[in-house]
Design a protein around this ligand. Sequence first.
Ligand SMILES: [Zn+2]
Length: 332
Amino acid sequence: MSSQGKFVPEFPKPFDFVPFAGKPARNGRPGHESFRIHDHFSGRLVYTLHVETPLHISSGNYALTDKDLGLTAKNVLRDVYRLQQNGQNLPAIPGSTLKGATRAVVEAVTASCIGVTRVDRRDLPDDLERPCRAPHLCPACALYGAMSRMARLSFSDAIFVTGDAGIVRMPALFRPRPEQGRAYRKGPRQFVGRKFYLHGRPTLPKEGHYLEVIRPGSQLRGMVDFTSLTEAELGLLFFALGLDNSFQLALGGGKPVAMGRVHLEPVELQLQQTASFTNYETDSGFLTDSSLHSAITHHLQQAESLILPAQQQKLREILNPQNPRPAATGTY
Ligand SMILES: [Zn+2]
């Protein structure tokens, strides 16, 4: 709580680490040039993204405050990323944000390397010092790309469908900022794993910068295109999106104060090849409702061949949406 004008969280540590798995499994895999059509999956997953705690993804702009909001000239308003659609300027989540958040999950639960980091690689554990180079790719690089290898996933911006935007306040301590440099270590040279913020009840203070947020209860619509994935890789994508409902992702700024928790609800799976969906009791490549859910269940089971049980369990603990971490007083 407030002391001398500074907001101090009452919970001691709003994050935890999924331990490193050790040496990346750089099995390589056939590139696009050699994929076999009958056991690979290309298509698109369409989903509804439900905002469960206030979500702020910065536009990168520091707009002057709108005098309609009654803010003083000294304050700036950090507004949310928006996209023009049908003549409207709608709040949105950049595809790059969804790509980054899901890649972090894939890296954490599989025998993968560290794809993007600002830390000095020489400080990392020996097994993780070297990034992947094609064709010797870890599971994360095989899906999300690496040097000289294209990604086989493409995340579109998720666009506002219904809900509400509003203004919250955020102390400088928690303002959105790059976190890569601290993402893996407890202290100097203590690289222990991949860092994720715990969920909790948002506890926003009444001081600090003004921040525009997408309010809880809002819904956005997004999609991810995939090319030439194995059954297990498609399941790994479903897992990383939280479609098994065993954890929820956090996106954007304010994760230390439990902002940005989202729940993804699958809407439609579009598969390109006939061979890909004959098992799903549908006569088209468009899976919805029960055929969609049986396909997701099937691929999630296949993904168990890539997912490390101990890391998966720790990730689920950290990203449990029911986390009872103590709430600081305050309202939002
Ligand atoms: Zn890699």
